[in-house]
Design a protein around this ligand. Structure first.
Ligand code: ATP
Ligand code: MG
Ligand code: ZN
Length: 457
């Protein structure tokens, strides 16, 4: 009997080797090499896949016709925005997210919206027809489209070829498998080869395919990074599962910008769009307490207000605890160091916590000053008035550095009824005179000046 060959594949980068390494030679990650039985029939798979795309041929660039409608609008404008204007014909889009975040839900809603215009095939390897129907009933999905419960990706591809639907949904890629490969569904090889097969099907038949991908505990789509390279667009669903808000973000998009986000609220009728996210993230804000403060960040072309809360409490023990939710932990430590060294605010001996309300993540430098002020406000126990908004990047010298698109940010603050903006000194010239008449703008150069501006008003 022939010896079964096995190889080791890195789950992060897809590096392959015949021997096991503790540290992947490809990407340097630890403990990511997993044993997989080498595919004896890999050649066969390739041969079959080739047939699928046999009718592709070289064609002159200028003779390619782009006049007919190439994007399908999903009818969910937040989703269309993130996709860059709708689903592109022949594209493969990966939708990732934690379990239960709402991936199947949004796709069913897409089916509902598109089913009267397009023929749709929904392939589920996860749930039974009954389960899908029950969810559809709950969401009020009653338009007609095809459901296939199947885990063999080749059979699914055969159905796609024979049915020739206008749109295909695969829920999820981790449940799909190629029978020739002996490794189990969800393994690196399976996920990669299944995606490859789907990609070729999408391209050769010009059918867009939306693929659901599960996310591992580190927040990456389970399966190798190479998966993200194969597909045309990668969308992530984020959000705290305990809270009802969900943010859809593109991390890769061959057909649009990756800056746009979509904000949704999960209800029993499915995901509904949130047109005014700033209002949502600010609802239920406590009044007249120290340690809370509002900033404005840009998500693509869209300004969004977010509330930051900080708590600095005397720690009973020797070593103080620090924790950040929704804000970078190291950035918080850096801000604390700047506040100590340049501002004279000492956090040693205080347990310090920073939290961004609403499950939102602030990863923009423009939020620095707001976080710093929330920290000082809690430490010194003074309140930041609730009609004040604080925007600015904090430099290592304690200086406040200017931020981009200041006019849009201040405008959003004014729109939502804020009365005073504390912004970088060098950004004041970026605010239009029309806005300056609606809202008071104070330019500050240092963290100390910012504190002074808050207290003195
Ligand atoms: N009756 C209900 N009312 C309100 N929300 C509900 C109801 N039933 C389910 N949900 C919400 O729907 C979510 C499940 O959504 P969905 O099945 O689309 O997630 P998923 O991302 O596809 O998950 P999985 O990874 O398990 O496939 C639940 O976490 C819950 O928040
Ligand atoms: Mg699901
Ligand atoms: Zn690796």
């Amino acid at each position: 009997m022939a010896k079964i060959k096995s190889s080791y594949i890195c789950s992060e980068c897809g590096y392959e080797s015949v021997k096991w390494y503790g540290k992947c030679p490809g990407c340097g990650e630890w403990n990511t090499m997993n044993e997989e039985i080498a595919a004896p029939a890999a050649k066969q798979v390739e041969a079959r896949v080739k047939v699928a795309s046999a009718h592709s041929r070289p064609i002159a660039l200028n003779s390619i016709d782009t006049t007919d409608e190439v994007r399908y609008k999903t009818g969910i404008s937040e989703l269309d925005n993130v996709l860059g204007g709708g689903i592109v014909k022949g594209s493969l889009v990966l939708i990732g997210g934690d379990p239960g975040i709402g991936k199947s839900t949004i796709l069913l809603q897409v089916c509902q919206n598109l089913a009267d215009k397009l023929s749709i095939l929904y392939v589920s390897g996860e749930e039974s027809r009954r389960q899908i129907k029950l969810r559809a009933n709950r969401l009020g999905v009653n338009n007609e489209f095809l459901i296939l419960t199947e885990t063999d990706v080749e059979i699914a591809a055969e159905h796609i070829k024979s049915e020739k639907p206008d749109l295909v949904i695969i829920d999820s890629i981790q449940t799909m498998n190629l029978t020739q490969l002996s490794s189990s569904p969800g393994s690196v090889t399976q996920v990669r080869e299944c995606t490859n097969l789907l990609m070729r099907t999408a391209k050769s038949l010009e059918i867009p395919i939306l693929v659901v991908g599960h996310v591992n505990k580190d927040g990456a789509i389970a399966g190798p990074k190479v998966l993200e390279h194969i597909v045309d667009a990668v969308l992530y669903f984020e959000g705290d599962r305990q809270l009802s808000y969900r943010i859809l973000r593109a991390v890769k998009n061959r057909f649009g910008s990756t800056n746009e986000i979509g904000v949704f609220e999960m209800t029993d009728k499915g995901l509904s769009e949130v047109v005014n996210p700033s209002l949502v993230f600010l609802s239920g804000r406590p009044k007249g307490v120290s340690g809370t403060c509002v900033t404005c960040i840009m998500e693509g072309s869209r300004p969004i207000l977010a509330e930051v809360q900080a708590l600095a409490a005397n720690s009973g023990y020797g070593t103080a605890r620090r924790m950040a939710t929704g804000f970078d932990y190291n950035r918080m430590n850096l801000l604390i160091a700047v506040l100590e060294k340049k501002g004279g605010y000492y956090f040693a001996g205080a347990d310090t916590y920073v939290n961004v309300v609403g499950g939102f993540k602030l990863d923009e430098r423009a939020a620095d000053l707001c976080v710093a002020m929330a920290l000082v406000s809690s430490l010194k126990d003074f309140t930041i008035p609730d009609d004040v908004i604080i925007i600015g990047e904090v430099g290592l010298a304690g200086e406040i550095r200017s931020v981009s698109q200041i006019n849009k940010r201040v405008n959003e603050a004014a729109r939502l009824g804020f009365k005073r903006c504390i912004i970088p000194y060098y950004s004041v010239k970026g605010v239009s005179s029309e806005l300056l008449s609606q809202i008071e703008v104070i330019g500050v150069r240092s963290v100390r000046q910012a504190v002074k501006a808050i207290i003195e008003g």
